[in-house]
Design a protein around this ligand. Structure first.
Ligand SMILES: Cc1nc(C(=O)O)sc1CCOP(=O)(O)O
Length: 196
């Protein structure tokens, strides 16, 4: 699974063109922007008008927008009990959560969530001066049965240093900087190495 996370800023028309161009090669675009709901709604409308596939949108935390746009996926921050409640009430909706410990990964699994992001795996500008998860923490997280997606500092080089067992990657910078053809190639390589 390849998950693009929007940069934490107001998106511009270039972003909308980029997300639409890379959409065939990704599974989800997580909408995580510091904007009032009305502006996020305008952004969603612009993405859909540009041809971004609705079934790949993953809204962050906003259950009202999820329902208004009839989306099928929502992501929550670590330990947000809304995630568990929402999944229980709406089993048909994809519900995911950010995690930073094996304990939260397990809670997500027990509560029937669809997948978790686990981070951060490598150094990332988003978490300055914060050490990445240790090998032991990563192995503990991967011992769970829920799909675990690697997050933090993932790019075309570090992806090859990931231990086996991750079900995909999530990233901001890599996906913003890479051309659609590069993402397509990386995905092909990922699929091949994870089938073998
Ligand atoms: C938003 C976010 N959350 C993280 C976590 O560990 O919870 S790491 C991260 C930023 C990921 O950005 P990049 O792909 O550019 O490293």
């Amino acid at each position: 699974m390849f998950i693009v996370i929007t940069p934490y800023r107001t998106p511009d028309p270039g972003d909308i063109r980029h997300f639409t161009a890379v959409s065939p090669f990704i599974d989800h675009l997580m909408i995580r922007t510091p904007m009032p709901q009305r502006e996020t709604a305008d952004f969603l409308t612009s993405l859909l008008e540009a041809g971004f596939p609705k079934n790949k949108l993953l809204i962050h935390s906003d259950m009202a927008l999820l329902e208004r746009f009839d989306l099928n996926g929502i992501h929550f921050r670590e330990n947000d009990a809304d995630a568990f409640r929402y999944k229980q009430k709406h089993p048909e909706i994809t519900v995911s959560m950010s995690t930073h410990s094996a304990r939260t990964v397990e809670a997500a699994e027990v509560n029937g969530l669809d997948f978790v992001l686990f981070g951060h795996i490598f150094e990332t500008a988003s978490k300055p001066a914060r050490p990445p998860r240790t090998e032991r923490e990563i192995n503990q997280a991967l011992s769970s049965d829920i799909p675990v997606i690697a997050l933090g500092g993932i790019n075309e080089r570090t992806i090859h240093q990931l231990p086996g067992g991750f079900d995909g990657i999530a990233a901001i910078s890599y996906f913003m900087d890479a051309a659609p053809s590069e993402i397509k190639a990386l995905r092909k390589g990922w699929e091949l190495s994870n089938l073998m």
